[in-house]
Design a protein around this ligand. Sequence first.
Ligand code: SF4
Length: 383
Amino acid sequence: MPTGKTELTIITESGRCSWARCIFCSFSKKPYLPEPDFNRLKHQLDAKLTRQFDTLKYLNSGSFLDQNQIPKDFQKYLIQKCLDLGIKQLIIESRPDHITPANLKLLKDANKNQKLKIYFALGLETSDNETLKKISKGFTTTDYQNAAALLKKQGFYIRTYLMANLPYTKDIQKSLDDSVNFAQKHTDTIAIINTYPYGYAPLFYMWLKKTWRPLDKSEFNTLVKKHRANKKIDIYYDDYISYPRFKNQTPLVGATKENLNNPIYDLWQDYIVRFYEKPEIKKYALFLPCAYRKPYSFSKTHKQIIRHLKSLPFYANLHHLMISNPGIIPREFETKYPFAHYDWPEWEETPGIKKQYLKTTEDRIQNYLKTHKYEKLFAYFKP
Ligand code: SF4
């Protein structure tokens, strides 16, 4: 296991990954990323790394050895700082194409006595070359093998990242098991990650189009079960799980079928039902209507409801859940897109749409309550 007793993870943004095309990756596709700059990186590192840790993970979404991301003088500074502080293990990441004898020389020279164990995190993701091509990984298993062999020869260590449930995979169990078997021949440790994309990643749009979807906790646990006992493997279910973020934030207006079962709403409901964990303190559900004014809590009706409820001794235990055409919306998401950017003009409703609205809403409430348990359910009805 590479991780020691104490561990610090620093995630930094510095330049853009030289590849930036993997379909599951959002970081590399952000419209703005700061230029690589020694002083900024040093300042950030000095502020975060102030004492000894057994392990430092320094992750820059791309390649530490790529000078267009991490300048050479900072590469040297980081190694020296780790040595000065007595850090035992450093984990940095790289694509195989940046792993060359010339690029490794600086790290070798700076760590002459090998007091610091330097692990290279290689994002192999899968051992299937066809899938690597389809997810636009930009290298093959042979490139990975060559990079791993060079790293070993030069005295470095290897941590291989594999992604569970990649798209274009017929049998995700077989794919993961094969990938683990393959990687074990070349690596010191393995990290298995649950694939979960964000708004800038093409894979996020596959989720939106319902051609792929991420695994929830129980599905993921079943998939990785047989690998849990392997001491060389670390398993991460929720490191990347967060609420859905959309690049385009166009307002969704109209009482139409499209605005009832809009893929954006369906994706949110999928997230809310399968990934969202309600705050523990919220023991009682309170279903509330939506409001024209957004966010809802700025509306006259919600202001009055909140003012009255606040005097209740169990107010903190009430979980406000808005029911509207986008679905069930916990209060904490009311400012997120699209919940503050839509309108459903009731006067546009046809009898057919009304019927469909009722059925869709009934299904959504049932789905929500299947996974989120409350001691009591309350509902507010307009007088
Ligand atoms: S996953 Fe890594 S290699 Fe692929 S685009 Fe993102 S940062 Fe670059």
